[in-house]
Write a protein that binds this ligand. Structure first.
Ligand code: S3P
Length: 174
């Protein structure tokens, strides 16, 4: 692989699951940006948000991307849902690899993430409303950040296949 395969999309879109599938198929490593940040900080994402705030977390995300760019990382990257929010990150993502936006509908997303308490942004009084607002606010950002839009509603194996088919074609054309 000359460049990384990068998965972006809303929380619960299946980025990590699909990323695992892709890494296995290709025999390359998977970097999950949330896990990498937690490992380095020695605390959970929830704790980072609670003690240092979202801005600090966003800074850590950018720093991680800068490192991946410097080392010419060419495995699979599953990003946290807010990674494309910063313009700087959107540029870095496109430099590091081919960016796949796993697009999924709001209802499906909510059903997948509502049981989980690990996501500080939706640990609010009305998570459903919060998800809707984030969905509206981020729709255009994800479209802009992605090179390719993939239907994330399929099962993870099918999503991984669709990504691989595109990636192989793209690598040949380059
Ligand atoms: C976030 C998504 C989370 C995590 C953090 C913030 C977001 O990652 O990075 O809670 O802003 O959408 P997942 O997309 O893996 O849930």
């Amino acid at each position: 692989m000359s460049k990384a395969i990068i998965l972006i999309g809303f929380m619960g879109a299946g980025k990590t699951t699909v990323g695992r599938e892709l890494a296995k198929k290709l025999g390359v490593s998977l970097t999950d940006t949330d896990w990498a940040i937690e490992k380095e900080a020695g605390i959970s994402i929830n704790e980072i948000f609670a003690t240092k705030g979202e801005e600090e977390f966003r800074k850590l995300e950018t720093e991680l991307l800068e490192r991946l760019r410097l080392e010419n990382y060419n495995g699979v990257i599953a990003t946290g849902g807010g990674m494309p929010l910063r313009e700087q990150n959107r540029k870095l993502l496109k430099k590091i690899g081919r960016v796949y936006y796993l697009k999924t509908d709001e209802e499906k997303i909510f059903a997948r993430i509502s049981e989980n308490k690990d996501r500080p942004l939706i640990n609010t009084e009305n998570p459903r409303e919060r998800v809707h607002k984030l969905f509206v606010d981020r729709a255009d950002i994800y479209e802009e950040a992605g090179d390719v839009i993939i239907d994330g509603g399929e099962n993870p194996k099918a999503v991984a296949e669709a990504i691989l088919a595109d990636y192989k074609k793209w690598e040949k054309q380059k």
